[in-house]
Design a protein around this ligand. Structure first.
Ligand code: ZN
Length: 467
C-alpha cells in the first residue's frame, strides 16, 4: 500500500460522515425501475431503501383536490446517478434531493429522478416531491377492481391501497419489501376529521382548517398506508394492557353494526395468547363510504393499525372483524417478500377465523376445516403459485387455510402453535415468504416437510384432509 493511499483511507475512516470516500470505487448506476418481484417486474424500485415518508397534504374534500408534498428519507444501496419513484397521474411541481432541485421525467407510473450529483452508496438522502391535482383510482391485473384514493360526492375520502394503489396519492417505493415509518400531516376544512394508519399525535386549528398529524412508527408497507376523511364519530375501547382501540364510524353508520366491533378487546387478547403481543401501539377500524371498491365488491382491508371495512352488514360480521385483526400479525407486521406468497397472509387470516370460531379446540377446528374442504373446488392453479392475474382467489384464502390445517395435523398441535408464535416473533416488522415459512416449519417440527408442501402447496389437486 502506497503511503498516500494509506493517508487517504485514514482520512476516509476519520471522516466517515463526509461525502465521497466510497464514490472513488463504486461505479455510478441508475436505480432499477422494479424491486425484483417475479410476478410484477415494474413494482417498486431498486437502488435505495426508504426509512420514512412524511406526507403533508392540504385536502379539499368537496373539490377532491390535494396540494402538498411527500418527503422521503432513504439510504442509497448503490452509487446512484438516478433513481425511480412510483407515482400515478398527479402533477409534480418540483423535486428536491438533499435540498437541491433535481431533474425528473415521467413514463406512465415510473418517475425518474436525477439528482444534481450522484448519491453515495450507503448514505442517507432526502427527496421532497411537491405535487397537486385530483388523485385517480386504478385497476390492476391482480385485482381488477378500482382501488386507491376513493372520493364520494359528499366529500368523504377513503384510501384503499392493496396491492399497488399507494402510488395514487404519494410517490413511493411501491412494494412491501421496502417498509418504512410514516408521518401524515393532513389539513382539511372544518368540520372534517382525518383517520389514518398509526397514532394521532396532534390536531391544530388554523382558521377554518384543521391539521391532523398521525404517525406510524413501526415499519409499514406502502399499500397499508391510508388516510380517511369524513365527519366521523369516534368510538374508543381499552384493549389488553390498556392499549387504545379507536374506531371511526360515519354518523349514519347503524348502531346494530357498530356493536359488532365490541369484540375487539377480547379478540386482541385471544390472539395475543396465540401469536404473541399485538405488534402496534393502537388498533381500531374505520368504516368506508360506499364508493370504490365497496360499490363493486364487499370487502375490507387490513390497513396497519386501522382496518378499513365497507359499510355493509357482512363487513361488520365477527368473521371479517377477526380476519382483518389477525392480519396485523400476519401481513402487516410480517410483510410478504413477493406477492406470489399471498397465500401466507390470507391463509393465516382465514385460519385465524377458524381458530376464533373453534376457540382453538382441535376437534371443532377439524370439523370447520372439513366443511370448508368439501366446499372447496380446486382450480388449475396451486395455492403456492397463484396466477399473476388472480391473486385473490378461493385458493389463496380457503386453500391457504386448508394447507395450514393439514400442516397442523402433520406436525401436531404443539409444534404448530409454536410455529405460529415463532414465525410472528422472528419476522416481526420484517418480511418473509413461503421459503422462510417452510424452513421454520421444518425447524420447529424437526420434520422433513418437502413432500408435504409439494403435495399441499404446489400441486394442482389438493389432497383430502386426513381424519
Ligand atoms: Zn385478508
Amino acid at each position: 500500500m502506497k503511503k498516500i493511499q494509506f493517508w487517504f483511507m485514514l482520512l476516509c475512516l476519520i471522516l466517515l460522515s463526509s461525502w465521497g470516500c466510497q464514490t472513488q470505487t463504486e461505479p455510478v448506476v441508475d436505480g432499477a425501475s422494479g424491486i425484483g418481484d417475479p410476478y410484477y417486474p415494474q413494482m417498486g424500485n431498486g437502488g435505495y431503501d426508504v426509512q420514512n415518508y412524511t406526507i403533508a397534504l392540504d385536502v379539499d374534500p368537496h373539490a377532491n383536490t390535494i396540494n402538498g408534498s411527500t418527503t422521503i428519507l432513504a439510504n442509497a444501496t448503490e452509487h446512484l446517478g438516478s433513481f425511480n419513484l412510483d407515482f400515478h397521474a398527479l402533477t409534480v411541481n418540483s423535486v428536491l434531493v438533499d435540498n437541491i432541485p433535481a431533474e425528473f421525467s415521467r413514463d406512465e407510473d415510473e418517475m425518474t429522478v436525477t439528482p444534481s450529483k450522484p448519491l453515495a452508496l450507503n448514505r442517507p438522502f432526502t427527496v421532497v416531491v411537491n405535487y397537486h391535482g385530483t388523485p385517480e383510482l386504478i385497476t390492476f391485473d391482480a385485482f381488477p377492481i378500482e382501488m386507491g384514493w376513493s372520493h364520494a360526492q359528499d366529500g368523504t375520502i377513503n384510501v384503499w391501497g392493496e396491492p399497488n394503489a399507494a402510488y395514487t396519492w404519494f410517490p413511493n417505493n411501491n412494494h412491501p419489501r421496502d417498509k418504512a415509518s410514516y408521518r401524515f400531516e393532513i389539513t382539511v376544512p372544518k368540520p372534517w376529521i382525518v383517520a389514518a394508519s398509526g397514532s394521532l399525535k396532534e390536531t391544530k386549528q388554523d382558521g377554518d382548517k384543521t391539521l391532523f398529524v398521525w404517525e406510524m412508527e413501526q415499519p409499514m408497507a406502502s399499500y397499508l398506508a391510508s388516510i380517511n376523511i369524513d365527519q366521523y364519530e369516534l368510538f374508543t375501547q381499552k384493549g389488553p394492557g390498556g392499549m387504545t382501540i379507536r374506531s371511526y364510524f360515519p354518523p349514519d353508520y347503524p348502531e346494530t353494526l357498530r356493536i359488532g366491533f365490541n369484540i375487539l378487546p377480547s379478540a386482541i387478547d385471544f390472539f395475543d395468547d396465540l401469536f404473541g403481543p399485538y405488534p402496534f401501539d393502537e388498533y381500531g377500524v374505520v368504516i368506508s363510504d360506499n364508493t370504490a371498491p365497496c360499490n363493486t365488491v364487499d370487502t375490507a382491508l387490513e390497513v396497519q393499525s386501522l382496518s378499513i371495512h365497507c359499510p355493509s352488514e357482512v363487513m361488520a360480521s365477527e368473521r371479517v372483524i377477526i380476519h382483518e385483526l389477525a392480519h396485523q400479525w400476519f401481513g402487516d407486521s410480517i410483510s410478504l417478500e413477493n406477492w406470489k406468497d399471498i397465500w401466507l397472509k390470507e391463509g393465516l387470516a382465514v385460519y385465524s377465523e377458524w381458530l376464533w370460531e373453534s376457540k382453538n379446540d382441535p376437534a371443532a377446528l377439524a370439523r370447520i376445516a372439513k366443511l370448508h374442504r368439501s366446499g372447496f373446488f380446486d382450480s388449475p392453479a396451486s395455492v403456492g403459485e397463484p396466477p399473476p392475474d388472480g391473486l385473490y382467489s378461493d385458493e389463496t384464502y380457503r386453500g391457504g387455510a386448508l394447507v395450514l390445517q393439514a400442516l397442523r395435523l402433520q406436525i401436531g398441535d404443539e409444534a404448530f402453535l409454536e410455529l405460529l408464535k415463532t414465525y410472528a416473533e422472528r419476522y416481526r416488522y420484517g418480511n418473509a415468504g413461503t421459503d422462510e415459512f417452510i424452513a421454520l416449519a421444518e425447524e420447529v417440527s424437526r420434520q422433513d416437510l418437502k413432500g408435504f408442501f409439494d403435495q399441499w402447496l404446489f400441486s394442482q389437486r389438493m389432497p383430502d384432509l386426513p381424519d
